[in-house]
Design a protein around this ligand. Sequence first.
Ligand code: SF4
Length: 203
Amino acid sequence: MEIEMILANLRKNRFEASYFATGAEAAAYLNQKIDGKVVGLGDSQTLLSLGLYESLGKHNQVHDVAHSPLNAGKTFADYAKGTLLTDIFLCSCNAIAATGEIVNMDGTGNRIAASLFGHEKVYYVAGVNKVCPDLNKAIWRVRNVAAPQNAKRKHKKTPCAVHGDKCYNCMSPERICNGLLIEFKKMSNMDMEVVLIGEELGL
Ligand code: SF4
């Protein structure tokens, strides 16, 4: 599907939507838009590869869920809570339906909780590899592509992490697929923008 059609469908669902050919252009845009703010960053290979933890941290007060030296000595719950009520929250998403819906899966729920409420604005930053033709295929991608690859990255003791091929709907205590969030429309009372990038980024 054409990029313009995907952006139009996201806008129809009340998300702001922008497109950049490269991650470098998207990072420059986000650094220009987000300045002097308290910023929360979700765990994201996409944000990491764009260098946003470092660049935004130079002119904002950043709370993140893994990468900041500020997190040393804190528990996961402590630093994850630090992202919940920031001015701005950024994360990626596990899939975007070309029809305009956004799909995310979480194990602990901190990322999807932070994406739903309490900020001036939430940015979803994603490569075009996250775009699927429709909502059913987006959910399929989340379960059979994103989740197994993330389980493998996190060294979880799950069948998908061992085989790396598909979801086994496991009963593992280390299962990372505990909550599925489908945003059919933008959440009320908060700005939300999808920053789509014409590169393969993240899982
Ligand atoms: S439910 Fe289990 S097997 Fe399926 S993707 Fe999630 S962690 Fe892997």
